[in-house]
Design a protein around this ligand. Structure first.
Ligand code: HEM
Length: 222
């Protein structure tokens, strides 16, 4: 990537390399770290979910080294990850588009050239789309329930040709981090653990004062 293009001809300029690196750092760092923070908080608050996730890790990986293959089939992890991204779509403010032509939706006119922002947060918390929308419930994404989700009502990584290029990578990073910890420890609530997190927007939507949980060694380290 650094020195030649796909056909092995024109090298990337230094400016292009810096731009790509910055995009990956900015788009990829804060978003994933926020998801990890939200996930940690929710696991501490929902020990039943954490136990099921730990059991999946124990069954699929146990004390073995993590590999790409061992991470690829973890259906419960995927459900938990999706539900965290539904409740806390950290990058919901960057899903924007410029109208290519005049459009009319009901009473709303959108002239060509207008910038439009998709209200991802609103979609993910809409009580007409999600039953008990505030509840953390990974079962919404089980193989039987998933089909009931309306198209485009769940878009933590955006949608279409300009959707997040790092979505699979983000999921993989999150899995590696969480599997590593849950192989040996569990998350528990501490006196500082908040019931409702305060949020702030720093490009990504993040927990305002971080999250507080206890990390306790498992009695039986496997
Ligand atoms: C959980 C973590 C992440 C979330 C929630 C997230 C979310 C998003 C969203 C919502 C968009 C806009 C998509 C659209 O407008 O339709 C986006 C774009 C993008 N993301 Fe991510 N992202 C994450 C992680 C990453 C990672 C790890 C990378 C790279 C290593 C990355 C690189 C990018 C890039 C380059 C774009 C711009 C794509 C384009 O304009 O074509 N993201 N991301």
């Amino acid at each position: 990537m650094l020195f030649v293009d796909k056909k092995g001809k024109k090298p990337m300029s230094e400016r292009e390399i810096v731009a790509q690196s910055l995009t990956f750092l900015l788009a990829g760092y804060e978003t994933t770290s926020a998801v990890l923070a939200f996930l940690t908080h929710l696991l501490a608050r929902h020990p039943d979910v954490q136990t099921r996730l730990s059991d999946e890790i124990l069954n699929k990986i146990g004390k073995e080294e993590i590999t790409y293959d061992s991470l690829s089939y973890m259906p419960y992890f995927n459900m938990v990850f999706d539900e965290v991204c539904r409740l806390y779509p950290t990058a919901s403010l960057i899903v924007t588009r410029k109208a290519a032509r005049d459009c009319v939706y009901g009473n709303l006119k959108i002239p060509a050239g207008m910038n439009v922002q998709v209200d991802v947060w609103g979609l993910h918390h809409d009580t007409e789309l999600w039953e008990d929308a505030k509840k953390f419930d990974p079962e919404r994404f089980s193989s039987t329930n998933k089909d009931k989700i309306k198209p485009f009502s769940f878009i933590p990584f955006g949608a279409g040709p300009r959707s997040c290029i790092g979505a699979r990578f983000a999921m993989l990073e999150t899995k590696i981090a969480i599997v590593r910890v849950l192989q040996k420890y569990r998350f528990e609530q501490s006196p500082e653990t908040k019931e409702e997190l305060e949020l702030e927007c720093r490009g990504a939507i993040v927990p305002k004062d971080g999250v507080f949980v206890k990390i306790v060694p498992k009695e039986q380290v496997f």
